[in-house]
Design a protein around this ligand. Structure first.
Ligand SMILES: *Cc1c(COP(=O)(O)O)cnc(C)c1O
Length: 395
């Protein structure tokens, strides 16, 4: 029951002011709409096929062998921390000490929350690439900090380094990056990363970089920001098993950073979940050691799906911004005579039985994203073919 003092029309009278501006996530609304209308759900970014059977078997073996069924160590099980460090060395030549420079988290989501809560004082400014991943703005708000968008604009969605330079003030504490970038599919180039790194060093900023799509780059390759000069000591790198191994429900994520930064993040993490996903940690330790052919196969499979969906969307009349990485393709609905992505996505299930996500909800600058709609292609080929068939009705 609402307290007497609750303002009329407020359906969440107990929610604090820091979070009152954040409604229910768009994914809940759109997934419910998909279920109600029997639509193909290209909204939420989860694969409709599980990851490798041998890794699922490793998880079940761990449960039956009693590995991780009780609280694992706070930093994560040693096998997984060692495998994470070995992965950073193998793919990027970055060396991290598994004991002091790696922390296992409840997915990248907890890593993002714990890092922001650990590193920010109330009033600090955080510059983040806009459109923002769903949880960034909310976590910055939980920390009492202020978000400052660096807007990625159509058609290229490249970061404007002059705009970044102008956005830095004496209150700026941290840059929050995401590459490969959800939802635009932008993969930051070495030159862009170098420009960002130079500003971070010059202004002595911390950087959190969300690299959960590190293995889903279709053009060029992924460069971790921490590999640039001067960056390792100021960068918290975040990744996760969810997207790389197609087990988004396992919620095994991690950070790699300096001992001091890891200690700070761990100090918060211990009071959020303490620990999580015990047996899955052992399975992810095995997954990280999968041969190169696994990673190449994953990338090739998703690149083909990107092309299938992108071509279908173009045929249906959308302007398509073909992504360089991630699970998602962003389109513009203006060529279809549409001007409001939210209204378009709410009506789409009735019109043709497909669900997508309006990018506008990820922007502070609503005009920048008003006509953008995001589609997930991490789905079975036959599901994408059917979606493309249905979308043809729009043309
Ligand atoms: C999916 C996603 C996450 C969340 O990862 P989990 O490991 O599932 O918590 C974080 N950042 C981005 C950009 C994502 O797309």
């Amino acid at each position: 029951m609402a307290p007497m003092s609750a303002p009329a029309g407020n359906d969440r009278p107990f929610l604090n002011r820091r979070l009152a501006a954040f409604g229910t996530t768009i994914f809940a609304e759109m997934s419910a709409l998909a279920a109600r209308t029997g639509s193909i759900n290209l909204g939420q970014g989860f694969p409709d096929t599980d990851g490798p059977a041998e890794i699922a078997e490793a998880a079940s073996r761990a449960v039956l062998a009693g590995l991780g069924n009780q609280y694992p160590p706070g930093a994560g099980v040693p096998e997984l921390r060692t495998a994470i460090a070995a992965h950073q060395q193998r793919f990027y030549g970055l060396s991290y000490d598994p004991d002091t420079e790696v922390l296992v988290t409840a997915g990248a989501t907890e890593a993002i929350a714990a890092a922001l809560l650990a590193l920010l004082e109330p009033g600090d400014e955080v510059i983040a690439l806009e459109p923002f991943y769903d949880s960034y703005a909310a976590c910055i708000a939980m920390a009492g900090a202020v978000r400052v968008p660096l807007t990625l604009r159509a058609p290229d969605f490249r970061p404007d380094l002059d705009a970044l330079r102008d956005a830095i003030t004496p209150r700026t504490r941290l840059l929050l990056l995401n590459t490969p970038h959800n939802p635009t599919g932008t993969v930051l180039t070495p030159a862009e990363l170098a420009g960002i790194a130079e500003l971070a060093v010059r202004h002595d900023l911390l950087v959190i970089t969300d690299e959960v799509y590190e293995h889903l780059v279709f053009e060029g390759s992924h460069t971790p920001l921490a590999s640039l000069p001067g960056m390792r000591e100021r960068t918290v790198t975040i990744s996760s098993a969810g997207k790389t191994y197609s087990f988004t429900g396992w919620k095994v994520g991690w950070i790699t950073s300096t001992p001091e930064l890891v200690t700070a993040v761990r100090s918060v993490k211990q009071f959020l979940t303490y620990v999580s996903s015990g047996p899955f940690q052992y399975a992810v330790a095995e997954a990280l050691g999968l041969p190169d052919s696994y990673y190449e196969g994953l990338r090739a499979d998703l690149a083909a799906k990107r092309d299938l969906l992108s071509d279908g969307l173009a045929a249906a009349g959308f302007q398509v911004y073909r992504p360089q990485g991630t699970y998602f393709v962003t389109t513009d609905i203006a060529p279809l005579g549409e001007s409001d992505g939210i209204a378009f996505c709410r009506a789409l299930p009735e019109r043709c039985g497909v669900v997508a996500i309006p990018n506008q909800v990820f922007y502070d600058d609503k005009s920048a994203g008003a006509t953008q709609v995001r589609w997930a292609f991490c789905k079975k080929t036959e599901v994408l073919r059917e979606a493309v068939d249905r979308l043809r009705r729009l043309a």
